[in-house]
Design a protein around this ligand. Structure first.
Ligand SMILES: *Cc1c(COP(=O)(O)O)cnc(C)c1O
Length: 360
């Protein structure tokens, strides 16, 4: 048996143990080929089966219709901040952006380099501690960009704004596959794999065909969605091993019963943690508005920074790691993605309870 901690890192983040074990078992001899998947050509039959299966799992789990293209790109979610406006924002057009934190702010910065990006709503006035309601949307915008889960601020959309006929472009890096949702309003969904879907190194991009048709031509080859869609993400050598790990992770999600079953566990974990915080308001301070709380990344403060340091050190000694809040927010951040077992959050909540009793 290997030692295995409860890993609450925000990303790269914990992966399902069965997905790692499957990789271990197949590592040296991938399906009787006498090679590791790491050594296999990206144009081989063996790899192609993995590529197609990963796409099929994305499609099935999200309930995508045939008009969505599924791409595996590199450059992280951060490159999508630029690729989206580069491909879609033409002369004389503008896009709406909802600013809910560091990642949205970065997306807006890139869009402004490339075209006219308008901030339709922002929660910056309150340190991004809530999801703004009723954004001031422009019906002529090319798209509305939003960040569905704010990994750093600890907020999450629980209902998406009605954008009418304007397609939503969503950065779902830290909560894709956390629950079922209606994909119809979404023209593009993108997500770095390393939070809720796999290891670092691959970015999932889902683009609806009508959006693809609207993409500009004349872009550098690798920065054009059209290139990757036309070549099934195999224009050049892709991140084969990262895609393989996404396959293992999503196969595990499917085995759990799909997104509805995963959501039920995610809600249990989040409700347990927030329940404890709310029952000890003197000791635990959760700064995020209740209706905007994230089920993926919960942030809270203790009475003093000294106690926060002790809390993190003692938790680490108990094999609960990665609980330090982002440097821009401070405090504690509990990242509890799909792969975090309920037992991990139960153990953490027990620890929080006794810590509060001891230091109250
Ligand atoms: C981590 C994160 C990113 C950045 O992802 P990279 O793959 O490192 O570029 C973007 N958006 C959100 C919401 C994130 O959590």
């Amino acid at each position: 048996m290997h030692k295995r901690v409860f890993n609450f890192y925000p990303g790269p983040a914990t992966l399902p143990l069965p997905a790692l074990e499957r990789a271990r078992d197949e590592f040296l001899d991938f399906q009787g080929t006498g090679m590791s998947i790491l050594e296999t050509s990206h144009r081989s039959k063996g790899y192609d089966a993995v590529h197609q299966e990963t796409k099929a799992l994305v499609k099935e789990l999200l309930g995508l219709t045939d008009d969505y293209h599924i791409l595996f790109l590199q450059g992280g979610a951060s490159l999508q901040f630029a690729m989206v406006p580069m491909n879609l924002l033409g002369e004389g057009q503008s896009a709406d952006y909802i600013n809910t934190g560091s990642w949205s702010t970065k997306a807006i910065k890139e869009a402004k380099i490339l075209g006219d990006a308008r901030v339709a709503a922002s929660s910056e006035d309150k340190n991004f501690q809530y999801i703004p309601k009723n954004p001031d949307l422009d019906p002529a915008a090319v798209y509305v960009h939003l960040t569905t889960n704010n990994t750093i601020a600890g907020t999450q959309y629980h209902a998406f704004p009605d954008t009418g006929n304007v397609p939503i472009v969503a950065d779902m890096s830290s909560d894709i596959f956390w629950r079922p949702f209606d994909v119809k309003p979404f023209g593009i969904i993108y997500a770095g794999a390393q939070k809720n879907m796999g290891p670092a190194g691959v970015t999932l991009v889902i683009i609806r065909d009508d959006m693809l048709q609207k993409c500009k031509s004349g872009l550098p080859t690798l920065l054009s969605y059209g290139t990757h869609a036309k070549k099934d993400s195999l224009f050049n050598t892709g991140p084969c091993f990262a895609i393989y790990m996404v396959r293992n992770t999503l196969a595990w999600v499917k085995e759990q019963g799909g997104l509805a079953a995963i959501e039920a566990i995610n809600r249990k974990k989040g409700d347990l943690l927030y329940g404890l915080i709310d029952s000890n308001p003197e000791f635990f301070r959760a700064p995020v508005a209740k209706d905007s709380r994230s089920y993926m990344n919960a942030v809270f403060r203790l009475p003093t920074e000294e106690l926060e340091k002790t809390f993190i050190a003692e938790a680490t000694d108990l094999d609960m790691i990665g609980l330090k809040g982002h440097r821009s927010v401070g405090g504690i951040r509990v990242s509890m993605y799909n792969a975090m077992p309920l037992q991990g959050v139960e153990k953490l909540v027990d620890f929080m309870e006794s810590f509060a009793r001891k230091h109250a």
